[in-house]
Design a protein around this ligand. Structure first.
Ligand SMILES: Cc1ncc(COP(=O)(O)O)c(C=O)c1O
Length: 386
């Protein structure tokens, strides 16, 4: 039997009646764009995560893009972020005209390391206290924001990042695409900065059946700006007050997400249980299982091990019909498209070495104990031949 990375079919089978009913209601209602399901979902997600406002968008990438635009991040400004992430995090910084400044990760959590942000600030910037502006001495730009990613479902060291943002008057935009429901000291990620960005890509912890995204914020002004941006720059039909986009979460996706949101705690708990089964099964094996920060509630979007024997393990898993994946094989500072940013191999060693050794194993709520044991046995067999 094949074991995929995620199994959306089995999840649909479990929720079929509720999902089908929710879709049917939208079809019968005949209202497909910016209708009652999106409005309801926005309220429910804002309340679930503990934010005042939520705005549904067409994707997580758009959520990042519009968050940056609404915050006024632009050309001549820098944004501190991680190179160990999906490309959206960084392509959106570039698309608003700003410059990404990569800072290396903590090798245990794979999240941006606040100590390294501090190091960068101390060595490469000057802070104009009077104006509250942090200047990058190398390019003369104002450093405007920090954009951390809560990778694999685990919150970054957000308290430390928040303290740096307030010390240096920086905006905080959180990329929560992989961490819906994850917490830091009991508070949901996405609520620590100006804006939290969510993705509902099908394989995400809360995923729809197409593309979808959302921003959450406590600022009425930012929520308002993003509502205008997502709808062609208009608030009133056929009256355009600024350049905008077509980036609306649609009613069918919102209705599906409404059903899944009611089960998200259960799904995330099952992911945590599966992670713990993996940990037990892999104890004593010569590889590194995921590190959980003591302040964090990890929601295991990915269960990612670290091993020197990645190729061998991947091959053996593949031979047994077991999927595995590398997130991410090349850090963004080494990607051809971002070479012009001036980072070289060796500049961000933790990200570079992680990219050579990380391996994500199948992870979804419906994964069975037997399947986890099969994955682990295959890994152990692969290791015994090393
Ligand atoms: C860390 C991260 N940021 C942003 C995104 C972009 O989300 P989307 O695919 O919904 O545009 C993703 C996921 O695909 C992601 O994993």
């Amino acid at each position: 039997m094949l074991i995929p990375m995620v199994n959306l079919k089995v999840q649909y089978e479990i929720m079929k009646d509720e999902i089908d009913r929710a879709i049917k209601e939208v079809l019968e209602d005949g209202n497909f764009i910016l209708g009652p399901s999106v409005e309801k979902l926005e309220k429910e997600i804002a309340s679930y995560l503990g934010a005042k406002y939520a705005v549904g968008l067409a994707s997580g990438t758009d959520a990042l893009h519009m968050a940056l635009l609404a915050c006024g991040v632009r050309k001549g400004q820098d944004v501190i972020t991680t190179p160990f992430t999906f490309v959206s995090t960084v392509e959106t910084i570039v698309s608003v005209g700003a410059t990404p400044i990569f800072v290396d990760i903590d090798p245990r959590t794979y999240n941006i390391a606040p100590e390294k942000i501090e190091e960068l600030i101390e060595t490469k910037t000057s802070f104009n206290k009077k104006e509250g502006i942090l200047i990058n001495k190398e390019n003369g730009n104002q450093i405007r924001a920090i954009l951390p990613v809560h990778l694999y479902g685990q919150s970054a060291d957000i308290e430390h990042i928040v303290s740096l943002c307030s010390k240096y008057n920086l905006l905080l935009i959180e990329d929560c695409a992989q961490a819906f429901g994850s917490e830091y000291k009991g508070r949901k990620v996405g609520t620590f900065g100006e804006i939290g960005c969510l993705s509902f890509f099908p394989s995400k912890n809360l995923g729809c059946y197409g593309d979808g995204g959302m921003i959450i914020t406590d600022s009425e002004d930012l929520a308002d700006k993003i509502r205008i941006l997502r709808n062609h720059g208009s608030k009133v039909k056929y009256y355009y007050i600024e350049m905008g986009f077509n980036s609306r979460l649609d009613e069918v996706q919102a209705a599906i997400l409404g059903v899944k949101l009611r089960k998200i705690d259960k799904f995330n708990e099952l992911r945590r249980k599966n992670a713990s089964l993996y940990n037990d099964c892999l104890r004593g094996v010569d590889l590194t299982t995921p590190y959980e920060d003591e302040h964090v509630k990890h929601v295991y979007h990915q269960y990612t091990i670290r091993t020197r024997y990645r190729d061998r393990i991947t091959k053996c898993l593949g031979n047994e019909g077991i999927a595995s994946a590398v997130y991410y094989p090349i850090p963004l500072h080494q990607q051809p498209v971002f070479k012009r940013l001036g980072f070289n191999t060796g500049d961000l060693k933790n990200s570079e070495s992680a990219s050579l050794e990380v391996l994500s194993l199948p992870m979804y709520p419906e994964l069975t104990e037997e399947e986890i044991q099969r994955v682990c046995k295959t890994i152990k067999d692969a290791m015994s031949t090393t």
